[in-house]
Design a protein around this ligand. Structure first.
Ligand code: FES
Length: 99
C-alpha cells in the first residue's frame, strides 16, 4: 500500500501501489484537484509534489513537453500523468489554472 496526502484537502489516503492519481481522485468526492484533457496537454491538473517524488512514476513525455524547466525544479507534475508507485507522497495544488 502507498499513502498519499492531499494538502489542500487535509486528507490522507491509503491506496494500491501503482494506482493512477486520476483514478484515485475519481473515487474520492472530497478532493479538489481538477482534471481537464486527462492527456497531459491542458495543465488543469498541475500540482506540486511536496515530498515523495521518488515514489511516483517517471515524468511522461507529455509532462516534459508541457512543464517548464523551472516548474520541474519546483516539483511540479501533471496529475493526470502520474501513478503512485509505493511509499508516502504529499501533494499540493492551487485552484484551477490553465496556461
Ligand atoms: S488534465 Fe489536462 S494536463 Fe492533466
Amino acid at each position: 500500500m502507498a499513502r498519499i496526502t492531499f494538502q489542500p484537502n487535509r486528507r490522507i489516503y491509503d491506496v494500491e501501489d501503482g494506482a493512477r492519481l486520476i483514478d484515485i481522485c475519481d473515487e474520492l468526492d472530497d478532493v479538489s484537484l481538477s482534471f481537464g484533457c486527462t492527456e497531459g496537454t491542458c495543465g488543469v491538473c498541475e500540482l506540486t509534489v511536496v515530498s515523495g517524488m521518488e515514489n511516483l512514476s517517471r515524468l511522461t513525455e507529455e509532462e516534459k513537453d508541457y512543464l517548464l524547466e523551472e516548474d520541474l525544479e519546483k516539483g511540479m507534475r501533471l496529475g493526470c500523468q502520474i501513478k503512485v508507485r509505493k511509499g508516502e507522497v504529499v501533494l499540493t495544488w492551487k485552484g484551477n489554472r490553465a496556461k
